[in-house]
Design a protein around this ligand. Structure first.
Ligand code: SAM
Ligand code: SF4
Length: 414
């Protein structure tokens, strides 16, 4: 089964052996030999790289070195406080410093919990945000205090210009951007990941709901497990740690794999994140299909009574636990049964340019229309501030959400 392929020992030796400083020296010397200049990769000196690294993937030392240097010199913790424009605060004093950008509504898979089998009605190209419009919003919000941007979708890797987008975002680091993250289904990452890391990507979430190939085909309605596992191995090799694995748990479909997934966190720095199944338009959600955090935790603790709770960083949506002596962790995202609205710091920009201040809210503001009607930056920021002033303290609860019209998840950007 796939899990065995995933547990390759070559990465254990790279991550656990040499001391950090010795490793950094080694990486620096390799970088000096193999890549242009360390300054090309750290904050303030972005250097767009669009090379295709699909050939000769065996030696990624320069890419690892670039990521390591960025971590050491240019990427303080995303949680550190920065000055934030009052427009990004809401009535409940939540400061919205995390922007999630959906780059596309398209996807290479058709996961049952996310998309109808036939896909979704796609927005005509003319109504999608152009790259320069998306960058205008990103720059404006970074100047206002956003310090973390996640690229998502649909599947962001279907965008051919993803490496250039990451590169352009990397140029925002001197203005306050501290972290560029990606959520992906992993299918295209064996080909794209080294370039993305060279261009500035620092964090990755890969979605994976099963370790069984036939079941993968059932859930994603496409084949692809081997490629996702390859992407996970590569991400760890490139130093994208802790690597987050998103697993949507569905009763009677994959909930018998909880323990197998938890095992993935033992040997390598993987944070396995079990997500409660959420209702969105077109996904036929039923309460009975959802496995609650409480139930998942009960099952894991039955098998591992020594499971210990970890402190949560501020604004983190996940509650984290750890198996003894494990390199990674096991987390739960319980948006349905234990919502984390009080710490929500997220803004969402959809591929068609709408701002959503709540994943489950149907209210949107079209920044695309405002831009195309000639809005100034100050006017755009005012629109963002206005939307945040209308943001509720918490979402309406799972049954209400299930009965409320919202977009399909793939057009919101998870
Ligand atoms: N295509 C990318 C991927 O799958 O990682 C990015 C977009 S996807 C919409 C983002 C995340 O949303 C994925 O981790 C996916 O598992 C999660 N997701 C989608 N539909 C969901 C649902 N109904 N309930 C819970 N999580 C869901
Ligand atoms: Fe595509 Fe991600 Fe939705 Fe699956 S979860 S259909 S990979 S957008």
């Amino acid at each position: 089964m796939g899990a065995r392929r995933l547990c390759s020992s070559r990465f254990l030796s790279t991550s656990a052996s040499a001391s950090t400083s010795a490793r950094a020296r080694l990486l620096r010397s390799r970088l000096a030999e193999e890549a242009p200049s360390p300054q090309d990769f750290v904050a303030g000196s972005p250097r767009p790289v669009v090379a295709d690294h699909s050939a000769g993937r065996s030696d990624h030392s320069a890419v690892r070195a670039a990521a390591e240097l960025r971590r050491q010199h240019g990427v303080p913790a995303a949680e550190a406080s920065t000055s934030v424009d009052p427009a990004l605060s809401d009535r409940f004093s939540r400061r919205h410093t995390y922007l999630r950008i959906s780059l596309t509504e398209r996807c290479s898979l058709r996961c049952v919990y996310c998309m109808p089998e036939g896909g979704v009605d796609l927005t005509p190209d003319s109504r999608l945000l152009r790259t320069e419009e998306m960058m205008r919003i990103a720059s404006l919000l970074v100047d206002a205090g956003v310090n973390k941007i996640r690229l998502t979708g649909g599947e962001p890797t279907v965008r051919r210009d993803l490496p250039e987008i990451v590169s352009s975002l990397n140029e925002l680091r001197p203005r306050g951007l501290r972290q560029i993250a990606l959520t992906s289904n992993g299918i295209a990452l064996p080909r794209m990941l080294p370039t993305l890391v060279l261009n500035g990507l620092d964090r990755l979430n890969v979605s994976l709901d099963t370790l069984d190939r036939a079941r993968f085909v059932q859930i994603a309605r496409r084949d692809g497990l081997a490629r996702v596992l390859e992407a996970i191995d590569l991400a760890l090799e490139l130093g994208l740690t802790p690597l987050k694995l998103n697993c949507v748990v569905m009763a009677g479909i994959n909930d018998d794999e909880l323990l197998a997934f938890a095992e993935l966190s033992r040997a390598r720095p993987i944070d396995v994140r079990f997500i409660e199944y959420m209702p969105f338009d077109g996904n036929k959600w039923k309460h009975e299909s959802m496995v609650s955090l409480e139930e998942m935790l009960l099952r894991l603790r039955e098998a591992h009574p020594e499971l210990s709770k970890q402190p949560s960083p501020p604004n983190d949506v996940a509650v984290s636990w750890k198996l003894p002596d494990s390199a990674g962790s096991v987390s739960f995202i319980a948006s349905m049964t234990q919502p984390f609205c009080s710490g929500c710091n997220r803004l969402r920009l959809t591929a068609d340019g709408s701002l959503k201040v709540c994943l489950f809210g149907s209210r949107e503001v079209s920044l695309r229309d405002a831009m195309r009607e000639g809005a100034t930056d100050a006017e755009l920021l005012e629109l963002v501030g206005g939307a945040l002033q209308r943001k509720h303290a918490a979402h309406a609860g799972m049954h209400q959400i299930a009965a409320t019209k919202n977009r399909p998840m793939t057009t919101i950007g998870g």
